[in-house]
Write a protein that binds this ligand. Structure first.
Ligand SMILES: Cc1cc2nc3c(=O)[nH]c(=O)nc-3n(C[C@H](O)[C@H](O)[C@H](O)COP(=O)(O)O)c2cc1C
Length: 333
């Protein structure tokens, strides 16, 4: 059934198709059709949280938490919404989303288009889903890196009551300078401030909200090593690896290869697994790794689990293979 649906959707402009698909999903949920979907129960405890199964929805598909219940009904073990910035922003001019169908890939330069923390807060208050919910936070485009901490603290303070965990996104290639926050001097200060806030919330509200950091796949081995050391020192609760890549390896022949933005999907798979392996060499079992990037089938999922990932997230694989992929991947032993 998804094959037919996809054929129709892929006739449309990618962003229009996204909106149509999400509305159709919402309608199906409201009509009770999603109740026919059986989900895989394979509970996993990571960051002190119990995930219904290992397969999560990656950030960026439901930036404003508009479709959490409908998405959760598809059988995801967890859902990550966002990226949310303190103030709403419209993102980059369109077109900003490109399908590379032959390569099973996407290039996007959305630029954190989102409705801001106040809107998302309202949406989350109305959500019925009680499974693990990640809230991915970022900084507004016009906020300079020197003041980035303020934006992340706003996101954390406003949204922690609704979050099972918070993801600090410092790895989108579409907000100028954002990836510089992965450099040692910025990162130590940012993570230090977030940990302090986490302690305060735990003390004042008796809720420990785990913090995950989402990183880019384009770091050198040396930079990745340094970053892993900082994450260990700061006792961050998990690493989400990775965001999209600025590399065009594997898509050189595509007519969209030269579009600016981050590449996701099958061409990111091998590099992503390499990053997971390198991270695991330092982090071992001290800090869990959530792998995201090119999880398109059982093999890519299996490779990432073997490389050291505890949980997986999907975005592009979900677009190309539909909800059936969730169950297939969640059933991997
Ligand atoms: C259209 C699009 C929008 C995205 N938006 C976000 C975002 O807002 N925040 C974020 O952390 N990651 C975002 N991502 C990155 C995904 O969460 C994921 O890390 C990346 O696509 C690699 O996984 P995949 O190969 O399964 O797609 C986006 C990806 C795509 C394709």
């Amino acid at each position: 059934m998804y094959t037919l649906f996809k054929k129709l959707l892929f006739q449309l402009d990618p962003e229009v198709s996204h909106t149509c698909a999400m509305r159709a999903l919402q309608l199906a949920y409201q009509c009770g059709l999603s109740r026919c979907i059986s989900s895989v129960k394979q509970p996993q405890t990571v960051m002190g949280l119990t995930f219904a199964n290992r397969i999560g929805l990656a950030a960026g598909l439901d930036k404003n938490a508009d479709y959490v219940d409908a998405l959760a009904a598809l059988g995801f073990g967890f859902i990550e919404i966002g990226t949310v910035t303190p103030r709403p922003q419209i993102g980059n001019p369109k077109p900003r989303l490109f399908r590379l169908a032959r390569e099973e890939a996407i290039i996007n330069r959305m630029g954190f288009n989102n409705k801001g923390v106040d809107y998302v807060k309202e949406r989350l208050q109305k959500t019925h889903y009680r499974g693990v919910l990640g809230v991915n936070i970022g900084k507004n485009k016009e906020t300079p890196n020197e003041r980035a901490i303020d934006d992340y603290l706003i996101g954390f303070r406003e949204l922690w009551p609704y979050a099972s965990y918070i993801t600090i996104n410092i790895s989108s290639p579409n907000t100028p300078g954002l990836r510089d926050l992965q450099q040692n001097h910025f990162l130590s200060d940012l993570l230090g401030a977030m940990k302090k806030e986490q302690e305060l919330i735990a003390k004042n509200h008796q809720k420990y909200v785990p913090l995950a950091v989402k990183i880019a796949p384009d770091l050198s081995a040396e930079a990745l090593d340094e970053l892993s050391q900082i994450i260990l020192q700061q006792k961050i609760d998990a690493v989400i690896a990775t965001n999209t890549t600025i590399s065009r390896k594997g898509v050189e022949q595509s007519p969209h290869a030269q579009e600016a933005g981050g590449l996701s999907g099958a061409p990111l798979d091998a590099r992503n697994t390499e990053v997971i392996r390198q991270l695991y060499a330092v982090l071992q079992n001290k800090i869990p790794i959530i792998a995201v990037g090119g999880v398109m089938n059982e093999k890519s999922a299996h490779d990432k689990l073997q490389a050291g990932a505890s949980l997986l997230q999907i975005y592009t694989g979900f677009i190309y293979h539909g909800p059936g992929l969730i169950k297939r991947l969640a059933s991997i032993k």
